[in-house]
Design a protein around this ligand. Structure first.
Ligand code: HEM
Length: 534
C-alpha cells in the first residue's frame, strides 16, 4: 500500500516514539534484572526473572494452594535465607519475602512502614477506601483511636455473655450433627457463629445468622458488595433514628462509636446537619467503609482459626493435647461439662484464665495463620534498608511480604515445627528451646498497625474450645481422594491445606495478585468436614 504524503510524518513520529519506548523499556528491563545479581534470591533468569520458578513450584502443589505457603516452599527448595527476593516483574510485583521475626520487627514495630498499595487495590475495593485497614497517616490515627475503646479487653469482657449466647447456638448445631451422625462443613458453620458475634460487636444487633437466613450474612458470603453497602447504611440510619433523641447511644458497638463521633462533630457532620434526620454523605461513607471492614476482618479469620483448631485437635497424634485441654476445662469450670456455661456467666474472667487453651489457639495460628501484612517503603521514609545477620537488604521497589506462615514453619525458631506442641506457649516448658523468639508469633501482626480484633478473636476461639472439647470427639472426614498438599503443609495427611479465598467480592482474578489479600480466608477446604461423635 502506498503511504500518502500526508500520513508519512505521522507514521514516522509513531515509529520514532515506539523506538523511544522500546529503548527506554529495554533499559528499564536491564536495570531491573541487574538488581538481582546482588540480592539473595533463587536462580534468576534475565528474561523470566523468577516467574518460571514460581510456575514450576505451582505445578508441584494443588492449584488453589495458598501463595504464602507456595513462596515458603520455594524458599525451602532453593535453600534461601529467611529473607529473600522474588522477581515477578513485569507480570506482578517484585517481592521481598520476610520469614524472619527480627526483620519483621524492623518493618512493622521499630518504624512501621506504610501498607503496600496492593492493600488499597484489593481490600479497599471491598471495604471502600476510607477504611482503618487501608488508611494511612492522620486519617488512620483518628479512626484507630475512636475504634480502640470498642475492642479493649476491658470492654470485651463485658461482652462475654453475648459470646456465650452465640457459642451455645454453635454447640447446639453441632449436637444435631452428633445426633444424626451426619458429616458437616465446619468452616461454614463457624462462619455463621463469627458473623453473629462480630455483628453484635459492631452493629449492636443480633443478626441470628446461625439460626435463620440473614440478608447481610448472605451478601457477605456471596460477595454482593453494593447490597452490603445498602444494608449497612440502612442499619446505621435505623440506629441513628433509635438513639438520636438521647444523643448518647451508650454502647461501644462500632456503629454507636461512629454515631457519637458524628454527633460530637469529630466526623463528617457540621453543626447545621448534626441534628438533621439524614446523615451526611461523608460520614456515611466512612462509617459504612469501616463497619464493612470490621465485619469482614472479624469473621473470616476467626472462623478459619476455629476450623483449624478443631481439625488439629482431632488428629490422633494430638490426642494428648486434647486430653490436657479437657483437664484444664475440668479444673477451671468443674468436671461437669454441661455446667461450663453457667460457670462462665457467673465469672466471665474464667475465659481469660486458660493457659493451655490459649496455647492451643496460638499453636493453631502458628501453623495456619489466616493473614499476613504487605508493606512498602516510600521516598524519604527513614527506613530504606533492613539488616539480617549484619547484611543490609534494600527495601525500595519491593512489595515487602511479612509471611506469618513462613515464620511459623522455621525449625530453628520452632523446634519440631510440624508438631502441635502446647508447651511452646507455656512458661517454663520442659525444654527451654521451645520458648519462642519474642517476635516470632505474630499472626495478628505487631506494632501500631497490629490487629484491632486480637482480643476478640482470641476470646472467641477459646470459648468455642471450652464449649466443644469436652462434649464431642471429632473425626476429620475428607474423602480419601481429596486433593493433597505435601504432608508438611496440611492436616489430615495434606488434605486440609490453606487456600486462597475470600468471603467477599473478588475484585482481581489475576492469580499472582489474588494471593495477596490481607485477610486471606485460609480455611480448611470446603470439603473438610468433621464427623462428630459423642
Ligand atoms: C484469628 C483472627 C484474626 C487474625 C489472624 C487477624 C489478623 C490481622 C492481621 C495480620 C492484621 C494486619 C494486617 C496488615 O497489616 O495489613 C490485622 C489487622 C486488622 N484486623 Fe485482624 N485478625 C483477626 C481477627 C480480627 C477481628 C475479630 C477483627 C474485628 C474487629 C479484626 C479487625 C482488624 C482491623 C480493623 C485491622 C486493621 C488495623 C489497623 O490497620 O489499624 N481482626 N488483623
Amino acid at each position: 500500500m502506498l503511504v500518502s504524503n500526508y500520513n508519512a510524518p505521522l507514521l514516522a513520529a509513531l515509529a520514532l516514539s515506539f523506538v523511544g519506548w522500546a529503548v527506554s523499556f529495554s533499559i528499564k528491563w536491564r536495570r531491573h534484572r541487574a538488581k538481582y545479581k546482588h540480592l539473595p534470591c533463587p536462580p534468576h533468569d534475565f528474561w523470566w526473572g523468577h516467574l518460571k520458578i514460581v510456575g514450576m513450584a505451582k505445578q508441584e502443589m494443588p492449584p488453589d494452594f495458598h501463595y504464602h505457603a507456595l513462596f515458603y516452599h520455594i524458599g525451602a527448595k532453593y535453600n534461601m535465607p529467611p529473607v529473600f527476593y522474588l522477581d515477578l516483574w513485569p507480570v506482578s510485583n517484585s517481592f521481598m519475602m520476610v520469614h524472619d521475626p527480627e526483620v519483621a520487627s524492623q518493618i512493622t514495630q521499630a518504624k512501621s512502614l506504610p501498607k503496600h498499595p496492593i492493600n488499597e487495590h484489593v481490600l479497599g475495593a471491598m471495604t471502600g477506601s476510607r477504611s482503618v485497614v487501608t488508611a494511612e497517616g492522620p486519617e488512620w490515627k483518628f479512626l484507630r483511636s475512636i475504634l480502640n475503646p470498642g475492642f479493649s479487653s476491658q470492654y470485651l469482657s463485658t461482652l462475654i455473655p453475648v459470646l456465650v449466647r452465640h457459642g451455645v447456638i454453635f454447640k447446639d448445631r453441632i449436637s444435631q450433627f452428633a445426633s444424626s451422625g451426619e458429616v458437616f462443613p465446619v468452616q461454614r458453620l463457624a462462619m455463621s457463629l463469627t458473623f453473629d458475634v462480630i455483628g453484635e460487636v459492631v452493629l449492636g444487633v443480633d443478626l441470628n445468622s446461625q439460626r435463620q437466613s440473614n440478608k447481610l450474612a448472605k451478601h457477605f458470603a456471596k460477595a454482593v458488595e453494593c447490597q452490603q453497602d445498602l444494608l449497612i447504611e440502612q442499619m446505621i440510619r435505623a440506629r441513628h433514628a433509635e438513639t438520636k433523641s438521647t444523643n448518647a447511644p451508650g454502647t461501644k458497638a462500632a456503629v454507636d462509636i461512629f454515631l457519637q463521633a458524628y454527633r460530637d462533630e469529630k466526623l463528617g457532620a457540621s453543626s447545621t446537619t448534626k441534628s438533621a434526620d439524614d446523615l451526611d454523605p461523608e460520614f456515611m461513607l466512612i462509617a459504612r467503609n469501616n463497619i464493612k471492614t470490621l465485619l469482614l476482618g472479624g469473621h473470616d479469620t476467626t472462623s478459619s482459626t476455629i476450623a483449624y483448631a478443631m481439625a488439629l485437635l482431632s488428629e490422633p497424634e494430638n490426642a494428648d493435647s486434647l486430653r490436657r485441654l479437657r483437664a484444664e476445662h475440668d479444673a477451671v469450670f468443674g468436671p461437669d461439662a454441661s455446667q461450663a456455661v453457667e460457670a462462665l456467666l457467673a465469672d466471665p474472667r474464667l475465659l481469660n484464665n486458660l493457659p493451655l487453651t490459649t496455647a492451643a489457639v496460638k499453636e493453631t495460628m502458628r501453623l495456619f495463620p489466616p493473614g499476613s501484612t504487605t508493606r512498602t517503603t516510600v521516598p524519604n521514609h527513614p527506613l530504606q534498608t533492613v539488616t539480617l545477620n549484619n547484611q543490609t537488604l534494600p527495601l525500595e521497589g519491593q512489595q515487602i511480604w511479612i509471611s506469618h506462615y513462613g515464620i511459623g514453619q522455621r525449625g530453628d525458631l520452632w523446634p519440631q515445627p510440624r508438631k502441635f506442641i502446647l508447651d511452646r506457649f507455656l512458661p517454663n516448658p520442659y525444654d527451654a528451646k521451645l520458648t519462642p523468639h519474642r517476635d516470632a508469633w505474630r499472626p495478628f501482626e505487631k506494632g501500631p498497625r497490629g490487629c484491632l480484633g486480637l482480643e476478640l478473636a482470641m476470646m472467641e476461639v477459646r470459648l468455642v474450645l471450652v464449649l466443644l472439647c469436652r462434649e464431642f470427639d471429632f473425626e476429620i472426614a475428607y474423602p480419601e481422594d481429596a486433593p493433597r498438599a505435601p504432608l508438611e503443609h496440611g492436616v489430615a495427611g495434606g488434605r486440609g491445606y490453606q487456600i486462597v479465598e475470600f468471603a467477599a467480592k473478588r475484585t482481581f482474578s489475576f492469580e499472582f495478585l489474588r494471593a495477596l489479600y490481607q485477610f486471606q480466608l485460609a480455611p480448611i477446604d470446603e470439603i473438610l468436614s468433621l464427623k462428630v461423635q459423642r
